[in-house]
Design a protein around this ligand. Structure first.
Ligand SMILES: [Zn+2]
Length: 215
């Protein structure tokens, strides 16, 4: 076993490449996203001793996956590690590489979702599996959620789960994307803590220029 496989880097890289190649592009339509493909990959990856798995379909193809490591103390606070599996659309002609190729170039994985947020969805899954396999029993229950439909308005992901599967996803604390990004300040680096995200407000706008993140 080399260093990379010991520290999970190889495992993270391969899982990230697979999720990028699944191209779970969410354009807001119910029949887009098709996150079931990445939920299935994560289910196969996590399946095994030390954890419980459940999947929830908000609509055909719009699958979210929940894994739990039961805590020893039911009164202890619970922690949710949450990553989304969908990505925003791409304009491939503006990409220097295949946005869904998941190529590994000079130690970096390329593709839509590589930094938002399949990297985190992946590394959380790898850490969660390692904890489960090691026989780790937290005091408070530890939950992993690979959620669908984050990039549109969450109707087929978080909103659905909160409305229909609240017990499965409720937690005292959540770690997810955003927050923790170092911001320089006169008193040194600050780390933001996000307490809420995001609302929906529909407008129609037309802009010209170079496409960036969030399209
Ligand atoms: Zn994101």
């Amino acid at each position: 076993m080399n260093r990379n496989s010991q520290n999970g880097e190889q495992e993270c890289t391969e899982l990230l490449q697979t999720l990028i190649r699944n191209a779970c592009v969410n354009n807001g339509a119910v029949d887009s996203g098709d996150e079931i493909r990445s939920a299935d990959v994560l289910e196969n990856f996590l399946e095994g001793p030390g954890l419980e798995l459940e999947t929830y379909d908000a609509a055909p193809g719009r699958r979210s996956l929940v894994a739990r490591i039961e805590g020893s103390d039911p009164t202890a606070p619970t922690l949710l590690l949450m990553g989304h599996t969908d990505v925003v659309p791409v304009n491939p002609e503006h990409w220097s590489r295949d946005p869904f190729g998941g190529e590994l170039v000079d130690g970096e994985v390329w593709g839509r979702g590589a930094v938002d947020m399949l990297n985190i969805t992946t590394s959380m899954a790898v850490a969660f599996k390692r904890l489960a396999r090691s026989g780790f029993t937290p005091r408070g229950t530890l939950v992993y959620l690979a959620v669908a439909d984050e990039e549109a308005n969450g109707s087929y992901g978080a909103e659905y789960l909160m409305a229909h599967e609240r017990e499965a996803v409720m937690a005292d604390y959540v770690i997810t994307e955003s927050g923790g990004i170092p911001l320089p300040s006169p008193n040194g680096l600050k780390l933001p803590v996000i307490v809420g995200e995001k609302g929906l407000f529909g407008v129609r706008i037309k802009v010209g220029g170079t496409a960036g993140h969030g399209s």
